[in-house]
Design a protein around this ligand. Structure first.
Ligand SMILES: Cc1cc2nc3c(=O)[nH]c(=O)nc-3n(C[C@H](O)[C@H](O)[C@H](O)COP(=O)(O)OP(=O)(O)OC[C@H]3O[C@@H](n4cnc5c(N)ncnc54)[C@H](O)[C@@H]3O)c2cc1C
Length: 386
């Protein structure tokens, strides 16, 4: 399968190139207000583009060496939900600063006893005049320490059935009563946090959608989390791919070739490379069905289940091929380091982070449940949580 993108004459390519000519010194805000950060969003935030045109713009951005503003949760999950269910005032206030990454967002969903079974969440938001008073605890909040806003799920009706008493809020992270406490992951990075709410006052205008109807909005957010048109690397679309392993193999050969002589290692290299190719085709298949107008279905769970495990296998292999220096987080600090050693060290972070792949955004087991139920028609598992 080959996905040929429309070439130079394509109108949207031309439109973007003309815009660039008119904005030679563009800022992130210009890109956002020009509608080029999320061009598939409706106007005025995007250009209402079909998936194929969206890919053309991605291609054009890459060609021109333009990096889009980075605000994964804001642009990827919060923005589409606000666009779907937010008030006009919310859209006006939040969408452009979120697209330009002037304001960073986090996702306040998971709790210590509510991860895969998110609807078991216990954080409460009690209505009090023009406000809600929020109490509870969230965990694994990526970017919570740098975010200006969070999308927050809280229980607004304790007596309603589990999925029906939840509401969806926009939470300013600098509000009195919020404590953000860091969690350092095994790569040594501080990317997520615990967040505590102690009588936090949130104005009623920060409710998104209707009260007690937050679960259906959470599903919009979670769908956007799982679906990506990215054909990128093994760390949820970032980082290296199986093809980058070839560079490592070539360098290993320069090193005398000892490391790649083992037939077991060669077998593993071939397997990982093959998996990488299959995943590329699966992604292209998803892209082409999106181009034909299909809504994403359970096949995104197939891709996630395979892709996350592939990411782990890929980094394990790279680490084994890198030898002793692959154990260092930054071998470039060693003066005598040669090209192979420095390249090998680059895989270290990915190896440590790759453990998270099969957990975040829905664990591998949960993806397999979805595959079993939606593809094979297995009975839904009983809810034993309440
Ligand atoms: C890198 C990273 C970033 C994250 N960022 C955020 C964030 O920004 N905001 C946020 O809200 N959350 C975030 N999370 C949390 C993430 O959504 C949860 O970790 C995930 O939903 C799993 O929940 P849990 O950790 O509570 O595990 P649990 O749900 O407790 O699962 C424990 C184990 O039981 C298995 N299991 C659970 N239920 C079933 C079942 N029904 N059938 C079979 N097996 C089952 C799981 O597969 C897993 O192996 C992040 C997680 C990671 C790893």
């Amino acid at each position: 399968m080959n996905l040929e993108l429309p070439g130079d004459e394509h109108p949207i390519r031309q439109e973007f190139r003309n815009w660039l000519k008119e904005h030679p010194y563009y800022t992130n805000d210009d890109l956002a207000r020009g509608g080029w950060v999320a061009p598939h969003w409706q106007r005025p935030w995007g250009h209402d583009l079909a998936p194929i045109d969206q890919l053309v713009i991605e291609d054009e951005l890459k060609e021109q060496g333009i990096r889009k503003p980075s605000n994964q949760i804001g642009i990827g999950w919060a923005g589409p939900t606000i666009m779907t269910a937010g008030t006009e005032a919310q859209k006006e206030r939040y969408l452009f600063p979120l697209l330009s990454a002037e304001e960073i967002w986090c996702q306040l969903f998971s709790e210590p006893d509510a991860g895969s079974d998110l609807a078991s969440l216990r954080t409460t938001a009690v209505a009090d005049g023009d406000y809600f008073i929020v109490n509870g605890q969230k965990i694994w909040t990526s970017f919570g320490h740098i975010a200006q806003f969070g999308i927050l799920l809280a229980r607004t009706d304790k007596d309603a059935p589990k999925h029906q008493g939840i509401s969806y809020f926009i939470c300013p992270m600098n509000t009195k009563g919020i404590t953000v406490s860091p969690i350092i992951d095994m790569s040594g990075n501080h990317s997520f946090n615990q967040v505590f709410f102690d009588n936090v006052i949130i104005p009623k205008e920060n409710l998104v959608g209707e009260i007690n109807k937050g679960w259906s909005l959470a599903k919009v957010t979670l769908q956007n989390e799982r679906v990506s048109l990215s054909t990128g690397g093994a760390l949820w679309g970032f980082g290296p791919t199986a093809e980058d392993l070839i560079d490592l193999i070539k360098l290993a050969y320069l090193d005398g070739g000892e490391r790649v002589k083992s037939p077991v290692l060669r077998d593993r290299i071939a397997k990982v490379y093959g998996e990488g190719q299959i995943l590329k085709w699966l992604t292209l298949r998803q892209v082409s069905s999106a181009i034909k107008g299909s809504q994403p279905g359970p096949e995104s769970s197939v891709r996630k289940a395979l892709g996350d495990e592939h990411g782990q296998t890929l980094f394990e292999l790279a680490k084994d091929m890198s030898g002793a220096l692959g154990m260092l987080s930054d071998a470039t600090k060693i003066k005598e380091v040669d090209k192979l050693q420095s390249f090998a060290a680059g895989w270290h972070y990915g190896y440590a982070f790759s453990r998270a792949l099969t957990i975040g955004g829905g664990t591998s087991e949960v993806q397999r449940n979805i595959i079993a139920e939606r593809f094979f028609g297995f009975a839904k598992e009983p809810d034993i949580s309440s």
